[in-house]
Ligand binder design. Structure first.
Ligand code: CO
Length: 134
C-alpha cells in the first residue's frame, strides 16, 4: 500500500526565515509562499532531489497549526506524507485495522490538488501521517 515519501512538513514560526535559511545555507530550491485558507495554513515547498519539505505557517486564528506552535515555539516536524495509489482503499484497510482517520474520514484536496487524509498520531508511533493519492 505505502509508496514514496512525498514530503516532510515542518511547522515554522517564521516562513521567510525558514525559506531564506534553506535557500542560503542549504542551497535548496525554495518555492513561493502559498496561502491555503481552506486548510488554515500558508505553505512553502522546498524541492529536494528525492522528496520535498513543506514549511507550514498558521493562517488565521482557527489554524490547526496554532496549537502545535504553542507547544513547539521554535517549530518542529508536524507530519510526514506517504503516497498511496488508492486513498479510499488505504483508508478502508487502515480503519479496519483500528487506525483513526482525522475529521470525517473523507479525503480532502490537499496542497498539491490531490486527495489527502490524515491518520491519528497516537495510532502511528506518535507521528501525524498524511496519505496522498498520486
Ligand atoms: Co502535508
Amino acid at each position: 500500500m505505502i509508496g514514496r515519501l512525498n514530503h516532510v512538513a515542518i511547522a515554522v514560526p517564521d516562513l521567510e526565515a525558514a525559506a531564506n535559511q534553506y535557500r542560503a545555507a542549504l542551497g535548496a530550491v525554495v518555492g513561493p509562499a502559498v496561502a491555503q485558507p481552506d486548510h488554515g495554513v500558508t505553505v512553502i515547498f522546498v524541492e529536494l532531489p528525492n522528496t520535498k519539505i513543506e514549511f507550514l505557517h498558521p493562517l488565521g486564528a482557527e489554524s490547526p497549526i496554532n496549537n502545535f506552535l504553542d507547544k513547539n515555539p521554535a517549530g518542529g516536524i508536524h507530519h510526514i506524507c506517504y503516497e498511496v495509489d488508492d486513498i479510499q482503499a488505504a483508508r478502508d484497510s487502515l480503519t479496519a485495522s483500528g487506525a483513526r482517520v482525522l475529521g470525517d474520514g473523507t479525503p480532502k484536496i490537499g496542497a498539491h490538488g490531490k486527495p489527502v487524509l490524515f491518520l491519528h498520531p497516537k495510532d502511528f508511533q506518535g507521528c501525524l501521517i498524511e496519505l496522498e493519492q498520486v
